[in-house]
Design a protein around this ligand. Structure first.
Ligand code: PGA
Length: 254
């Protein structure tokens, strides 16, 4: 069955106090509905968050993983370390990793491979720059990102999620317009079967300036199966508001 996801990407934000306040707010206000909620704090807060959400249906994920299994790789975080903290989700290939930290398609593939081999569920991010969109290359850019990342990997044993995040809409406060989101999600849905035999069961999320005011209309778009949220996920009230709207709309689950 294809599920819908509301995922928080906290990036390099939040303190220990913020983590505790967030957990406290969710403990008092969160009621599990049909959609999944997942929070990706910074590496240093993963253990604390995993502990704070032990008894919760809200899951915790990491914002990245190493492409290596383990060994002499200073500052890297292995899948084994995540699993040891009961964390089995990881964002891979976020545009900030690709652009600022120069992660290549090859490296992203290796990270994805490492996740699959270790049973960590990957949230693969894809997205085009403004220049690429303006030159009419969006579909081929996205398709190539998926192709390079997936190569011949098999996702039978993990839950793969694709997050479409137009780079030009991230952190700007202005989400992509509805027709752009609709067209691009349709394109992704139609090329996914070329790379993944089980593509129907894979959720395709939208990310880029999602907030409680614009989420409803985006969720009404047919091929949007949830969100990856940065800024608006830092505030538990806003984030839960989005989750609730998602459940009210009852986004299609296959
Ligand atoms: P944003 O970030 O919601 O702040 O635009 C989304 C993301 O980068 O995952």
């Amino acid at each position: 069955m294809r599920k819908n996801y509301c995922i928080a990407n906290w990036k390099m934000n939040q303190s220990i106090k913020d983590c505790k306040n967030f957990a406290n707010y969710m403990e008092n206000n969160f009621n599990y509905n049909s959609s999944e909620m997942l929070i990706c704090p910074s590496f240093i807060h993963l253990d604390l968050m995993s502990y704070l959400f032990t008894a919760s249906q809200i899951e915790i994920g990491s914002q990245s993983i190493s492409e290596y299994q383990n060994g002499a790789f200073t500052a890297e975080i292995s899948c084994e370390m995540l699993l040891d903290m009961n964390i089995n989700w990881a964002i891979i290939g976020h545009s900030e990793r690709r652009q600022i930290f120069k992660e290549s398609d090859y490296e992203i593939h290796n990270k994805l491979k490492n996740a699959v081999q270790n049973g960590v569920n990957p949230i693969l991010c894809i997205g085009e720059s403004l220049e690429q969109r303006q030159s009419g290359n969006t579909e081929s850019i996205l398709k190539n990102q998926v192709k390079m990342a997936i190569n011949t990997l098999d996702f039978t044993d993990v839950n793969l999620i694709i997050a479409y995040e137009p780079v030009w809409a991230i952190g700007t406060g202005i989400a992509a317009d509805l027709s752009t989101i609709a067209d691009t999600h349709d394109q992704i849905r139609s090329f996914l079967p070329e790379f993944i035999s089980t593509s129907k069961s894979i959720p395709v999320l939208y990310g880029g300036s999602v907030n409680p005011d614009n989420c409803k209309e985006i969720l009404n778009i047919e091929n949007v199966n949830g969100f990856l949220i940065g800024g608006a996920s830092l505030d538990p009230q806003k984030f839960l508001n989005i989750y609730k709207q998602m459940n009210e709309i009852g986004v299609e689950s296959l």
